[in-house]
Design a protein. Structure first.
Length: 410
């Protein structure tokens, strides 16, 4: 019997209560770590490009390469749970077998459908869909721009697909191919297929979708066999606003944090380590956390970060690393009352840089903008230590090697 299905063949999506979370493997492993005095670490992995990389062979064909055995040995030996966060429409036995073939330990939690459904693994190996998250997805209100105003409906990917099929036809010469609905045991989502589209046009499509619909999240994921610095090939995904890799990840981490640390003891706070490599991972890699959350985030952009994702995340990588000397310097400016003038000057310089034509010394301009943003970020952190912020760094190695590079230091 497929572990994702009930005995009558129907997909599992509801339980009588949420007591099942207490019997999940992720809670069991975290409890063992805390009982032995270890931090509540949990590894959160994107799948495509992270658990494996796609490598082109001499004959032009592609193969998935990734060896996760060393990582799995560490996770097993130290009871560190593993969460997979996938853009694949759903999760099934073939996916389970694929991860096993790549040497990866059976994941304890699976976020699939680009963040539209969450599965928790029970101790008997059964994957149970989170009914609370499904309810949130199903009850998402969406409004569509229509003359003379807006029309509201409960999230339905078919309605969205029908509208976009017409509205995006104007981009057919630019790489837009088709609109379809990807189904799963949850609400499913709308997918727009794109081939070799310039990033400027891609931005226009995303802007148009967001202008037509409110209550949705628009993400996109590269085709790893067609990654380019100049154009985009892959898929735009339209999901309920509360979903997406970032929304689903935050939901799962909040639930885990409350379950293992109901008394909010600092030493028992959840410590998620999030890994990604592509555009669909941008939002979860830039997630912020603060003292008011149930967890402290640690995020890693892998060495094989795609060009588009790297361009978006470059300014964030290392932005919040503050040396003791920098912290003391900023504190001195705050205490002397000079900080307002410093911030004003930085913002003015940043505005001038942004106004410069993009063609004008683009690399130098990019570096200078990044430096100004990082300085402003550091001032904000020293001024307010409880401010929500991401904690992003980049690994030297790629794919599974990049993951192990970071996990081995835990």
């Amino acid at each position: 019997m497929n572990r994702l299905e009930a005995e009558n063949g129907e997909r599992i999506e509801n339980t009588e209560s949420e007591k099942w979370i207490e019997d999940s493997t992720v809670i069991s492993k975290l409890a063992q770590r805390l009982d032995s005095g270890k931090p509540a670490d949990v590894i959160c992995l994107d799948v495509d490009g992270t658990v494996y990389e796609k490598i082109q062979k001499p004959d032009g064909s592609w193969e998935k390469k990734g060896d996760n055995r060393e990582l799995s040995r560490k996770l097993q030996a130290e009871n560190i749970p593993c969460i997979l966060i996938s853009g694949r429409p759903d999760w099934n036995e073939a996916c389970e077998q694929e991860m096993q073939d790549l040497g990866l330990i059976a994941p304890d939690v699976i976020i699939a459908g680009g963040g539209s459904i969450i599965y928790w693994r029970n101790k008997d190996g059964t994957l149970i869909a989170d009914k609370e998250f499904l309810r949130i997805m199903r009850e998402q209100k969406v409004s569509e721009k229509k003359e003379p105003g807006r029309e509201e409906f409960i999230y339905d990917p078919t309605i969205i697909a029908d509208t976009l099929d017409t509205e995006l036809a104007e981009f057919s010469q630019d790489g837009f191919e088709t609109v379809r609905v990807d189904t799963n045991s949850g609400v499913g989502f709308t997918t727009v297929d794109i081939t070799d589209m310039k990033f400027e046009k891609l931005s226009l499509i995303v802007e148009k979708i967001r202008n037509i619909f409110s209550g949705v999240k628009v993400t996109f994921s590269e085709d790893l066999e067609k990654v380019s610095a100049d154009s985009f090939s892959g898929w735009i995904q339209v999901l309920p606003l509360a979903g997406g890799k970032d929304g689903a990840t935050r939901y799962a981490l909040d639930k885990l944090g409350r379950a293992i640390n109901p008394a909010s003891i600092d030493s028992k706070r959840l410590q998620p380590h999030i890994f990604g490599d592509a555009s669909i991972d941008i939002w979860m890699l830039s997630l912020g956390s603060s003292i008011s959350d149930q967890y402290d985030l640690h995020q890693y952009a892998l060495g094989n970060l795609t060009p588009y994702a790297k361009a978006k995340l470059d300014r964030l990588i290392g932005a919040f690393e503050i040396t003791p000397d920098e912290r003391e310097r900023i504190k001195g400016l705050i205490e002397s009352g000079e900080i307002e003038n410093v911030e004003y000057g930085l913002r003015a310089e940043l505005t001038d840089l942004i106004k410069k034509p993009k063609s004008e010394n683009s690399r130098t301009r990019h570096d200078e903008v990044t430096a100004k943003i990082r300085e402003l970020s550091k001032i904000a952190i020293v001024r307010d230590p409880n401010r929500r912020r991401a904690n992003l760094q980049q690994t030297t190695n790629t794919g599974p090697d990049g993951v192990f590079e970071a996990v081995s230091k835990i």
